[in-house]
Design a protein around this ligand. Structure first.
Ligand SMILES: Cc1cc2nc3c(=O)[nH]c(=O)nc-3n(C[C@H](O)[C@H](O)[C@H](O)COP(=O)(O)OP(=O)(O)OC[C@H]3O[C@@H](n4cnc5c(N)ncnc54)[C@H](O)[C@@H]3O)c2cc1C
Length: 386
């Protein structure tokens, strides 16, 4: 029987562990934290905020895999009345529909964007500068970078299409991502995976193949390999509970600058106590900008869409996610140029900044599958079907 060690019990580590165990391997997962899930953890207590992911995109490879194993659990669909309260800020005011020029870039028939150009230049040629800027800013919801227009046109176009698709690809696990993590952990446990929490690995074992399913930054330290770097975003996060008020927006996407607010209790009342709403904002910030700059922009959006929010606040938290929102690809690069999964000597990387396709956590999923297939010498497609 194959033995395999997985370092990290986040979405990538759990995917790797389940996949390897399904293929008959004896798996041990070491997780430094006292709970599993990594960035996919949901806070305990009255306000069930997600640190990282909210949205499970149904067009992604993980969707079918999770569904097939009954790991998604109940979803929280957005009620149509709430969906109608989506607002877009454009030229300083809130509107219900995107500018016409931006729609040009969303057409199915739109040309495939090139890898080598930056998105803003390419999209300006396709739809004019106003539509290009609005589209670039909208795409930040799925890439968390302060200047999406400067990234590879192909990279941004893929995220823009996925984020703006109708009917929406975005789905929300009821109770937050912790429910998906719990189900994945139970599946791993039932397959005989040893799950060791509070177990930080400092030196990689050499007696089994190892899947290093940590952030790329942690993998850099563990492998002692300074070349393990890739570009990522930096985002100010604001979590806010406010007393309920009829007429609050469901979400606000900023088309004047990258950023989005979303009231997650619109679709999932379990996330906050009765009579309160949970709003989360993500405002990508430039290297020279501070958390306070991002928070100020979030507050401006709140002023526009959540009347009297300052007097209604019951709880508030702010933070910055630095390099924790996945890989972004600069012009001339694609996922194939990111750090390779196979590091040699039986060590494989899985995570959201390595050489695998997909949007956000889908990169963690795809790389976990590839890492296990390489470690076990099996075809990734066979493993996916196992
Ligand atoms: C603000 C924000 C919003 C996001 N929104 C979305 C979204 O809507 N949809 C989406 O799909 N994705 C989203 N993401 C991305 C998603 O959170 C990540 O891609 C995904 O959770 C990464 O999972 P991972 O397992 O690769 O890494 P992690 O979740 O970072 O897991 C790595 C694990 O390794 C452990 N570890 C590290 N070092 C060691 C060590 N030495 N020994 C043992 N254990 C170790 C860590 O404790 C951690 O649990 C978002 C991320 C952020 C920050």
């Amino acid at each position: 029987m194959h033995r395999i060690t997985v370092v990290g019990g986040g979405f990538a580590g759990l995917t790797a562990a389940i996949t390897a165990a399904e293929a008959g391997a004896k798996v041990t997962v070491y997780e430094a934290h006292h709970t599993l899930g990594g960035r996919a953890r949901t806070a305990e207590g009255p306000y069930r905020t997600n640190e990282g992911p909210h949205t499970l995109y149904s067009g992604g490879p993980h969707w079918a895999w999770l569904k097939q194993r009954n790991l998604i659990g109940p979803l929280a669909p957005v009620p149509p009345l709430e969906a109608a309260r989506l607002r877009l800020r454009h030229h300083g005011v809130l509107r219900r529909t995107p500018p016409f020029a931006m729609l040009k870039l969303l057409r199915r028939s739109a040309r495939q964007a090139p890898v080598d150009s930056d998105f803003l230049s390419w999209a300006t040629e396709e739809a004019g500068e106003e539509g290009a800027r609005a589209a670039a800013h909208y795409s930040a919801v799925a890439l968390f970078h302060h200047d999406p227009g400067a990234l590879s046109a192909a990279f941004v176009q893929e995220r823009l299409r996925r984020a703006a698709k109708l009917p929406p690809e975005a789905h929300y696990p009821r109770g937050g991502w912790a429910t998906v993590v719990d189900r994945m952990a139970a599946r791993a446990w039932n397959l005989g995976v040893r799950l060791e929490t509070l177990s930080r690995v400092d030196i990689l074992p050499t007696d089994t193949p190892v899947v290093v399913a940590t952030s790329l930054e942690a993998a850099r330290g563990l492998l002692g390999d300074g070349s393990l770097t890739w570009t990522g975003g930096r985002t100010a996060l604001i979590d806010l509970a406010v007393r309920s008020r009829r007429g609050d927006a469901f979400a606000v996407s900023d088309l004047d600058a990258p950023g989005r607010l979303e009231r997650f209790t619109a679709q999932d009342r379990t996330l906050a106590p009765a009579g309160e709403q949970l709003i989360q904002g993500q405002i990508p910030i430039a290297p020279h900008e501070s958390r306070a700059d991002g928070v100020a922009r979030a507050e401006h959006l709140l002023d526009l869409a959540f009347e009297g929010w300052r007097e209604r606040v019951t709880w508030r938290r702010e933070s910055v996610a630095n390099g924790r929102t996945g890989a972004v690809d600069l012009p001339g690069t694609s996922w194939r140029d990111r750090p390779a999964i196979d590091r040699g000597g039986g060590v494989y990387l899985a995570g959201d900044q390595v050489a695998a396709p997909g949007v956000l956590s889908e990169v963690s999923f795809n790389s976990a599958l590839t890492a296990v297939s390489l470690a076990l010498g099996r075809n990734a497609l066979d493993l996916k079907r196992a």
